[in-house]
Design a protein around this ligand. Structure first.
Ligand code: COS
Length: 383
């Protein structure tokens, strides 16, 4: 749902200009220095990008899902590390509070997340609980008015710079499944919370992940999202449904960028006396990429509209994530192929994007988890 086309066009124009004029020229620097420059983060704050999807009454822009994915199509056209900096506040680091938080939790935390004053992060995955998220072992034992957390979270995006974490922990030791899990808001400065060393990743330099370790970390019971224990797994799943749509839109955006780079290169690179874009085998790669990106775009818009209509889009979000993340992998592969030897060296952005996009098929649920979600929902609907 687009609430006001004119305002939306202005926002998209502003984001698109910011991407072209500020982010794209800084891609190499971010990759080499492995950090997003402070001045760019400052500009993102000024533009309101940290609060795109957070409610207006709490200082955000309150974008609908359709509006959000349209912005994500634009943000996808540059290194994913830029989006990642404010992606957790709008997405997995903030949405738990938006979706299931108490009024008090919302009014306390959301304005700070929306302004970018603080960074929110989402701590679900553990060394032994990834795809099987409900098997997580981090424990939260009730002691007076507090819970005492113990355990380790792994590959936590933005953890090195996070101020608050949404932490999924087991409050009911007798319930080994999803119903024993609660979601806590935990401040990074809480005694007993420490960070592991920053992971060395294949790509997405400038976006950081690390372990988050809890050792007798005391958190007030009032910090359980929604105030009711046992709801944390469902909160996490709802957050991921939304996050998967957003990531799908980013995948479509990256695909568009790769197609543009490939088209430009193919039009300039001359072999056998003419630009390689005039050869049908190169054209086939360009056409396949164009077709697949268009399909991804249509799927994401459709699912976002359904979400705005209040429908359950668990299946559609998984379909989008499955298709769009695999699609951008194929598009990146063709982009390298079209660039030939040049695509294998770091002078051209496609080499970096080829590594960056690999993560899309893994995080916020692997392709195999999306297949599992889709098939399970299909079978449920049959009964
Ligand atoms: N929205 C709301 N509730 C949901 C939900 C959703 N999308 N998906 C599941 N639930 C609920 C179920 O309805 C069920 O509730 P009841 O017990 O009241 O019936 C509960 O959550 C448990 O669901 P389920 O039995 O389906 O859980 P499973 O352990 O079988 O696992 C999968 C479900 C595999 C889908 C889940 O573990 C998953 O998504 N794993 C991937 C995790 C992931 O994406 N990790 C990436 C890192 S985080 S960036």
């Amino acid at each position: 749902m687009i609430r006001d086309q004119e305002i939306m066009d202005q926002l998209l124009g502003t984001v698109s200009r910011f991407v072209r004029e500020r982010l794209v020229p800084n891609e190499v620097r971010v990759a080499e220095e492995d950090r997003v420059p402070d001045e760019i983060i400052h500009e993102m704050r000024e533009m309101g990008l940290f609060g795109l999807s957070l409610p207006e009454e709490h200082g955000g822009l309150g974008l609908t899902m359709e509006e959000e994915v349209m912005v994500a199509f634009e943000l996808g056209q540059t290194s994913p590390a830029f989006r990642s900096i404010m992606g957790t506040n709008n997405g997995i680091g903030g949405q738990g509070i938006v979706i299931d938080g108490t009024e008090e939790q919302k009014s306390h935390w959301l304005p700070k997340l929306a302004s970018g004053e603080i960074i929110g992060s989402f701590a679900l995955t553990e060394p032994n609980a990834g795809s099987d998220a409900a098997s997580l072992r981090t424990s939260a034992r009730l002691d007076g008015d507090d819970y005492v957390l113990n355990g380790t979270k792994r590959f936590i995006t933005n953890a090195p710079r996070a101020d608050i974490f949404t932490v999924m922990a087991r409050t009911d030791p007798d319930n080994k499944g999803a119903g024993g899990i609660s979601a806590f808001i935990v401040e990074a400065a809480t005694p007993g919370l420490s960070l592991g060393k920053t992971d060395k990743k294949m790509g997405q330099q400038g976006s950081h992940t690390c372990d988050v370790i809890f050792e007798d970390c005391r958190v007030p019971a009032a910090n359980i999202i929604g105030g009711v224990p046992g709801q944390g797994f469902k909160t996490a799943m709802k957050v991921l449904d939304r996050g998967r749509l957003h990531i799908s839109a980013v995948c479509v955006g990256v695909a568009e960028r790769l197609i543009r780079d490939s088209l430009n290169y193919a039009s300039e690179r001359v072999q056998f006396g003419k630009p390689i874009a005039e050869f049908q085998l190169v054209q086939a790669m360009l056409a396949d990429s164009r077709t697949e990106a268009y399909a991804g775009h249509c799927m994401v818009i459709d699912a976002a509209r359904q979400k705005d209509e209040g429908r359950n889009v668990s299946t559609e979000a998984a379909c989008c994530k499955l298709f769009a993340s695999e699609m951008v992998g194929r598009v990146a592969d063709r982009a390298v192929q079209i660039h030939g030897g040049a695509g294998y060296v770091s002078d051209y952005a496609v080499e970096r994007f080829y590594r960056d996009v690999r993560l899309f098929r893994i995080y916020e649920g692997t392709s195999q988890i999306q297949q599992l979600v889709i098939a399970r929902n299909m079978l449920r609907e049959l009964n």
